[in-house]
Design a protein around this ligand. Structure first.
Ligand code: ADP
Length: 510
């Protein structure tokens, strides 16, 4: 049985709702936090040209930002390298105090930082506030970790020798970040890097450079020395050349990237020639499995939380809902009802909104293509399925049933508000489907059977597992993937290791 909800998949009141353009000057953000120049060597640096940052709700320009090219980028790398010589020898406690101060300043300015995120990314203001708190938590966490970088004293095989292993910062780190978390994807990396004693050059996504630049202002206010945190904003057109400089310059020792698997592979190739250290947090294709043994309400709530956060635009969003046949119909019906009741599409500045616009037209086209492909192959649109009547890049939250594993939406990441439901018979079948892809970032499942919980948690080929839980990220926990979802872990006690080298010292002649 398939549950077809009435066509009013979203509230009729939406039909007369018009998202209105909010110029950045109307948002009452502290002027010091609205920056349009790059930040290099502790100074605000213009470039010879600019590029527009757009409001995804209206497609209109928010601000023109300096478009860094090769020369400005090389200078930023040099600044970072110069600053590294002194930053690396600061006391761990000094770095800790500065990171904490930076985190506190983020919290003191959280409303303004959230408005910037909503303006440039489109996500609902409540989610933006959540992101700022989450982002600040990484600076706080790594301010604590900075003081716990221990080495080892190792029993020696010879009486006249002593063996030590000490940890040292790797050097200048290039940080390339995506638009879906304009603030948190930066602090998760930069917190660890600075705590370890590295300096950084951040290249934010061209869609969302404003948050990265506001963070530079707060870094200055916190007293972080010039050159430790540099930002090189640039347009999509300049990204390949700027990216190449950032990933091949001999003064750069480390690349940390979050973004698509395709771009990650380009950067890995760049890194190869000079054998740089790399951390890659790439695409996912998260399965969310609902077993017959699940608590239905818990599974529905988990699916809504993990699928529709940020309008489905996170790399850990569930991307394939696998539902066992005994619970399938009830789950589809309840999920559709929850989507109707809880999801509201609109401008991120409207407080009713839970679903902002997608980031750009390319994103909408991908979602449309996946839905068309699924429907052509026999999927049924339970609700949504189309561009939203608000126009622009707004899209209806969509639920598809009768989905099969030959459809595009089950083979590649959607990065949009589409929940495709695949029906399965047995636990083995669900695990085989979940593990059939070449990526493995997050995976979720719902079960009340303890033996099944252990079996499935251990068999899922992913870096992070949510058991009866749709939201798993936190500063305390290791974030990262397996297979083509990436290399390395961020956050947690492990995250700082990505920015440290182990040096072995053999003390002889004793
Ligand atoms: P998306 O397609 O969602 O924008 P990307 O992986 O392309 O995802 O983007 C993530 C980040 O990688 C952004 O900061 C983007 O500018 C950057 N990026 C994209 N292509 C390159 C490249 N060739 N070199 C360096 N950075 C790149």
């Amino acid at each position: 049985m398939h549950v077809l909800l009435p066509a009013r998949h979203l509230l009729p009141s939406l039909l007369c709702y018009k998202p209105h353009y909010r110029p950045i000057s109307s948002l009452s953000i502290a002027p010091a936090l609205v920056r349009s120049e790059g930040h290099s060597g502790g100074r605000w640096v213009p470039a010879t040209s600019t590029f527009p940052v757009l409001d995804p709700s209206s497609g209109r320009e928010l601000l023109s930002v300096s478009d860094f090219g090769v020369q400005e980028t090389r200078e930023a790398v040099r600044s970072a390298h110069t600053a590294f010589q002194s930053w690396r020898v600061t006391l761990a406690k000094e770095r800790s105090v500065l990171l904490r101060k930076w985190s506190e300043l983020m919290m003191q300015n959280k409303e303004d930082l959230a408005k910037l995120i909503t303006a440039e990314n489109g996500k609902p203001l409540k989610e933006s506030l959540g992101e700022v708190v989450y982002a600040a938590s990484f600076l706080e966490w790594f301010s604590e970790e900075a003081r716990r970088v221990y080495g080892d004293f190792i029993p020696s095989p010879a009486k006249n020798k002593r063996i030590l292993a000490v940890k040292q910062p790797v050097g200048v780190a290039t940080i390339i970040t995506p638009w879906n978390f304009p603030s948190a994807m930066i602090t998760r990396k930069v917190g660890a890097a600075l705590a370890a004693g590295c300096t950084v050059v951040v290249k934010p996504a061209e869609d969302t450079p404003l948050s990265a630049l506001a963070l530079a202002e707060l870094a200055d206010q916190a007293g972080i020395p010039g050159g430790v945190y540099n930002v090189t904003p640039c347009s999509r057109q300049k990204t390949p050349t700027v990216g190449e400089v950032l990933c091949t310059d001999p003064l750069v020792a480390k690349i940390s990237f979050t973004g698509s698997t395709a771009t990650g592979k380009v950067l890995l190739k760049h890194a190869a020639d000079t054998v740089k250290r790399v951390s890659m947090e790439l695409g996912g294709h998260a399965p969310l499995i609902v077993f017959d043994s699940a608590n239905l309400d818990q599974a529905v709530a988990g699916a809504v939380a993990s699928k529709f956060r940020n309008s489905g635009q996170t790399c850990v969003c569930s991307n394939r809902l696998l539902v066992q046949k005994g619970i399938h119909d009830a789950f589809v019906q309840k999920l559709a009802a929850a989507m109707n009741k809880e999801l509201f599409v609109g401008s991120g500045f409207d407080e009713r909104t839970t679903q902002g616009p997608l980031i750009n037209e390319r994103a909408v086209e991908k979602v449309e293509k996946q839905i068309q492909d699924a429907v052509a192959r026999g999927a049924r649109v339970v609700c949504g399925g189309k561009r939203h009547s608000l126009g622009g890049t707004f899209f209806q939250p969509t639920l598809l049933s009768d989905v099969t594993t030959d459809m595009m939406c089950t083979q590649e990441e959607t990065f949009g508000p589409v929940a495709p439901v695949i029906k399965f018979d047995s636990e083995e079948e669900a695990i085989a489907i979940a593990n059939s892809v070449n990526v493995g970032l997050a995976g979720y499942f719902f079960s009340q059977d303890p033996a099944q919980i252990w079996r499935v948690a251990e068999q899922l080929e992913v870096g992070m597992v949510g058991v009866n839980e749709g939201i798993v990220s936190s500063a305390e926990a290791p974030f990262g993937g397996v297979k083509q979802s990436g290399i390395g872990r961020e956050g947690s006690k492990y995250g700082i290791d990505e920015y440290l080298e182990i040096k072995y010292i053999c003390y002889g002649g004793l």
